[in-house]
Design a binder for this molecule. Structure first.
Ligand SMILES: [Zn+2]
Length: 255
């Protein structure tokens, strides 16, 4: 059976990604139990696993209520406090969901939070608040160096890997990206496409690692044009990609 992935919108701009088939479902980052429960009932799906990427309430807020209602394992980062967690996981662990016939390898990708993880498998990457469409998460708990290293690991995945980020931030991120790279034609084409999609009320996700590498400034810290713009912005030369990343991230915070 083919693995389907569907977004359940929650709060203002979160997506709870629902992985499954026509009978069973696993939910990634169910911040809102009600929104997910409604989807499960509508589709007559049985929840068989919860996968959490990090501890922020908009990602784990539904865990308690959902795990009371459904007898299913709750996976989450071993280094963080996750409500109702039954199965702490970290780098290299494999999450196998038999009912769906899908397996995911866990990657430690600290930066946004210090224990943030991603789930990679079946050609898909569930990366929470680390990599977004044309952007990346804020660096709250980790260091800029850690976040840069985490994003570099994601950038090294196969280009066709589908990127399921946890927020719909693509259009705003595109505006910033075009500020950094006004001459990037792939970026200009992406904005046109994403504006059309968003205009129809559809999600701009998933994207792909290949598309992000061509358009996401935070994955392009070795591009001469990006380096030049970062240096112009901070008014000094930079010592390498991690510093370029740090300049871009601070710049984005004020954007
Ligand atoms: Zn977060």
């Amino acid at each position: 059976m083919m693995m389907l992935v569907e977004p359940v919108p929650a709060f203002r701009d979160n997506y709870i990604w629902v992985i499954g088939n026509n009978q069973y479902a696993a939910a990634v980052d169910p911040g809102d139990a009600g929104a997910l429960q409604e989807h499960l009932e509508e589709r007559k799906l049985e929840l068989v696993a919860i996968l959490c990427t990090h501890h922020h309430p908009d990602h784990v807020g539904g865990n308690l209520a959902l795990s009371k209602k459904h007898d299913c394992p709750v996976y989450g980062p071993a280094r963080e406090q996750i409500p109702a967690m039954t199965s702490p996981v970290s780098e290299g662990d494999v999450v196998r969901i038999e009912e769906i016939g899908a397996s995911f390898v866990v990657m430690d990708i600290p930066g946004h939070t210090s224990g943030h993880i991603a789930y990679l498998g079946e050609g898909a990457l569930f990366c929470g608040d680390t990599l977004f469409g044309c952007g990346c998460g804020r660096v709250f708990e980790g260091t800029m160096e850690e976040m840069h290293a985490s994003l570099s690991r994601l950038a090294a995945l196969p280009e066709e890997t589908r990127v399921y980020a946890a927020h719909e931030y693509t259009l705003l991120n595109l505006r910033f990206a075009l500020e950094v790279e006004p001459e990037n034609r792939i970026l200009a084409a992406r904005r046109e496409k994403e504006e059309r999609i968003a205009g129809l009320g559809m999600p701009t996700l998933p994207s792909t690692i290949g598309l992000e590498k061509g358009t996401n400034p935070f994955l392009r810290c070795e591009d001469p044009g990006v380096i030049r713009m970062a240096e112009m912005h901070c008014g000094k030369t930079t010592s390498g990609p991690a510093e370029v990343f740090s300049v871009l991230r601070r710049w984005r915070n004020e954007f």
